[in-house]
Ligand binder design. Structure first.
Ligand SMILES: CC(=O)SCCNC(=O)CCNC(=O)[C@H](O)C(C)(C)COP(=O)(O)OP(=O)(O)OC[C@H]1O[C@@H](n2cnc3c(N)ncnc32)[C@H](O)[C@@H]1OP(=O)(O)O
Ligand SMILES: O=C(O)CCC(=O)C(=O)O
Length: 384
């Protein structure tokens, strides 16, 4: 595997993330999310769609004013259809780059635009120089690339490069790619073009992060992500998953501070009204919580026994709890941390109470519940 040592994250929480049905950020929320993303070291943000109108443009201007005004180093990008109306709407917003999007698949070219492949190539050749003249760096967004004829995608990329674009975004718009095919496609794109290559993945089969990693293996230089994997339908590749996996599993640097992910995730969950599932990898509330007796016993002896991913990388810690699947070692350990030394017999009696409690209340007993169990067994010992 001939991997790059670095990949650039272009986070689209504020564009595709907000396209999640029912999600609508306020200007203040968008500015706050942008600030936190940049503070976490995310180098590129896709911040909105100027063609939506004055309000969206004002929000984009506010984000740009804030980021540039504070001298922060992030490239700001807007999404546009590849047409004059959208380009004109993007002028004077203070952003650096424009994504001029145009379909690559025959289905979208014919049925959505009512056009031909020749039209697409002509539009690229005409619109890219106009956007350059307007002062933007230009990315060509290849919508629905994953259902397109790859030879046509390569032709479109060549046209884009000749017209002066610096990047091509390969969009798996309907989320039908799988990792092995993705790596192969990106190898072909990489060996035929010098453009920067960005992967835009959707999670319809739960493969957005895997496909984004595969794109990097194949030669992608940039990856589009969203916080908590927000985005159209099942969402996009999650920032947290992609950044952690590409760093820890592939040793490819993103420059993003993973210890900021919990705070970012909570902020976006609140602003989007989409709570993070307890077991969502890396940022879910329960992903470093252990109940099973054998695991807790192992972790207490040496945390390496059941740790594949160090929670400290994310500024988090393991939590050990008691529940239906606990063993006596966990009971002894957890009561020990509460300053209570149990005998083996007492631990067994408490374990029975813990199991019954967990089934009845369907939750982990809290510290106060554990104190009550202890008082009960002590009272019963005195009574006998
Ligand atoms: C895969 C993606 O995520 S692409 C991004 C999609 N995001 C969004 O749609 C969210 C924001 N969208 C909006 O606010 C609105 O749809 C707007 C402002 C962009 C456009 O609104 P309207 O002008 O009312 O058009 P509407 O959305 O109803 O229809 C889309 C039009 O854009 C055209 N269009 C779609 N993609 C492109 C493209 N890449 N280049 C040029 N035109 C395009 C369609 O053909 C259609 O025009 P037509 O009726 O002449 O065929
Ligand atoms: O054309 C692009 O920039 C990608 C648009 C997008 O969000 C998608 O295709 O899913």
């Amino acid at each position: 595997m001939n991997l790059l040592r670095q990949v650039t994250i272009d986070d689209t929480t504020l564009r595709d993330g907000e396209q999640s049905a029912g999600v609508a950020f306020t200007r203040a929320e968008k500015c706050a999310i942008a600030r936190e993303l940049v503070a976490a070291g995310v180098p590129e943000l896709e911040v909105g769609i100027p063609a939506m109108g004055d309000d969206e443009q004002e929000t984009i201007r506010a984000i740009a004013g804030q980021i540039k005004g504070q001298g922060l180093n992030a490239r700001l990008i807007v999404w546009c259809r590849m047409c004059d109306f959208d380009l004109d709407a993007s002028r004077d917003l203070g952003v650096d780059m424009i994504d001029l999007s145009i379909p690559m698949s025959d289905g979208q070219i014919f049925h959505k635009l009512g056009q031909s492949r020749d039209y697409v190539l002509r539009q690229i050749a005409t619109m890219v120089p106009k956007a350059l003249d307007a002062g933007f760096e230009v990315m060509v967004g290849g919508e629905d690339s994953s259902r397109a004829d790859l030879d046509f995608v390569l032709e479109a990329m060549e046209t884009a490069a000749r017209a002066g674009a610096c990047r091509f975004r390969f969009a798996d718009t309907v989320g039908i790619m799988e990792p092995f095919g993705t790596a192969e496609i990106f190898r072909q794109l990489r060996s035929n073009s010098d453009l920067e290559l960005e992967m835009h993945a959707h999670d319809d089969y739960g493969l957005a992060t895997a496909n984004s990693l595969a794109a990097v293996v194949g030669g992608a230089t940039h990856v589009n992500t969203t916080v908590n994997g927000l985005g159209e339908r099942a969402g996009n590749a999650s920032l947290e998953e992609f950044a952690a996996a590409v760093d820890r599993l592939y040793h490819v640097q993103t420059g993003v501070d993973q210890r900021q992910f919990s705070a970012l995730s909570q902020m976006v969950a609140r602003a989007s009204g989409r709570p993070v599932p307890h077991q969502k990898s890396l940022v879910g509330a329960s992903v470093f919580t252990h109940e099973s007796g054998i695991h807790v016993d192992g972790l207490v002896k040496n945390k390496e026994t059941y740790q594949g991913l160090d929670p400290e990388w994310l500024g988090r810690q393991h939590e050990l709890v008691l529940g239906k699947h606990s063993g006596t070692k966990a009971v002894l350990h957890i009561y020990g941390t509460m300053g209570i030394a149990l005998t083996a017999g007492q631990a067994k009696s408490i374990l029975e109470k813990v199991r019954s409690f967990a089934e009845t209340y369907k939750r982990t007993p809290a510290r106060q519940d554990l104190m009550t169990f202890h008082q009960q067994i002590m009272a019963s010992e005195i009574a006998h």
